[in-house]
Ligand binder design. Sequence first.
Ligand code: FES
Length: 595
Amino acid sequence: MAKGTQGSERRGFEKNLTNYGDRGFSTFLRKAFIKGAGFTDDALDRPIIGIASTGSAYNPCHGNAPQLLDAIRRGVLLAGGLPMDFPTISIHESFSFPTSMFLRNLMSMDTEEMIRAQPMDAVVLIGGCDKTVPAQLMGAASAGVPAIQLVTGSMLTGSHRGSRVGACTDCRRYWASYRAEEIDEAEIGDVNNQLVASVGTCSVMGTASTMACLTEALGMMVSGGAAPPAVTADRMRVAERTGSMAVQLARTGLTPDRIMTRQAFENALRVLLAIGGSTNGIIHLTAIAGRMGYSIDLKRVDAFSRETPVLIDLKPSGQYYMEDFHKAGGVPALLRELRPLLHLDAMTVSGRTLEQELDDAPASFDQAVIRPFARPIYPQGGIAVLQGNLAPGFAIIKQSAASGHLMEHEGRAVVFENAQDMAERIDRDDLDVDADDILVLKNIGPTGAPGMPEAGYLPIPKKLARQGVKDMVRISDGRMSGTAGGTIVLHVTPEASIGGTLAVVQTGDRIRLSVKERSIQLLVDESEIQTRLQAMRIARPDAERGYKKLYLNAVLQADRGVDFDFLMPTADKGAIPAERPKTDPDSSQQAGSPE
Ligand code: FES
């Protein structure tokens, strides 16, 4: 039996021993059991690479997990390590009741505790669908073991009657047409067969694609690892490289805290803004940063947004799909365009700096998907941060996917008290609503629904949809899918169910949205707002037992990433971005006008 080192330097199977009060016996017993699976002492003396495997019949976004696992194992073995895969919770957007967000923190706890409980020198995290990658990075950040992220990759696009389609921007587009009675039952059935053309994550710049790009920008993924589609040879090669790099990580002991630094998070924020990324990205990035002891200063993020143009022409902000982004060069090609705004000395999982990785990435070439910095598709970042008496904490809007004519808008509120109320009334012909009104949905925040569902993309009332209305200002304390677009104000903080101003908005009140001024105002006297709040006597929601009780008692607001309070570290490393955003005033590169 190989002799292990002592204390925190213990490696491989001598790490994290079950406590029987006798270390020698614990090691002896562990090796006896694992040898029952046919392992030799030679195998057990190698660097041990855990692989968090999230394949599940309930998660088609991870449908290639078995092939990825094979490729990771190959990479680990080629580099001289021993792969040990293990299961964790897997979450798919459409198969998670009440919402996937309700379960994200549970998955992060599962991931953290399994990394910590089992012996491994490094871990590969196989994620993909929206909540899985943030959950895994949150868990890995807290566990403190060398870790590397692999994503399953995007699905292919399909074709419906000659039009290219992909989940899920086109899911919403076709469903809106069906609601407006522009297409019939047969056609909506036909398109349902084409929207998801293969396994893999949504094919647009939704939350899964956003988190993949942010992870590469954070340095927690092999260079070029975000964009290859799920069913391609490139994706399998990324998996093999990931396995090999995990062995290198095990040998060097490069832990997540040395990669996910302030500089890395600032790089990730730049990328979030430049890709027209999902609004969920800001919540997840806040949660991951929170696990490292950082808070995200949204006012400073907004300053970033004003100087970071959207360069990626992908749906829902643009026209292309993830497979096009991959063919155009993926994240390395984007990072080259963003170079003046980035911390190029940030460390990555390879043990090399971002600059070294970019220098060695395949050469960029002329293409239509990743725009030059001076010729953006939108002159500012995809996300704008709003504040005002309706959102004293903050709210956000995905300005790159909003309607220009509604970004400065005052209108009458039409209020729905909760998601059920909305479902019952929104399509009624007697609903008193017109196209200039502002739809308000309460009680879909972190504790409200609970689980902060993606119901913030309120449907256009059927009677207006039939008249051809495509967009209205919509406001809620919930989230929306990264694949959705429209003039939609989200994440209103504090949420209605804990007594935010949103709770007292009444139908007929007037609301003013000004994206230019970054303002969202309820045009009601402050004294009247306070009178209404006192009359409501709102108490924080609770549950009788189980995970729901834990969730409701511990969940934080959107500006804290909707994480649990007891998972926060004690160390406070300060706010991100740093007070002075990194800009190069002498740079000749300035964002130009969108085309
Ligand atoms: Fe899994 Fe969209 S549903 S990524």
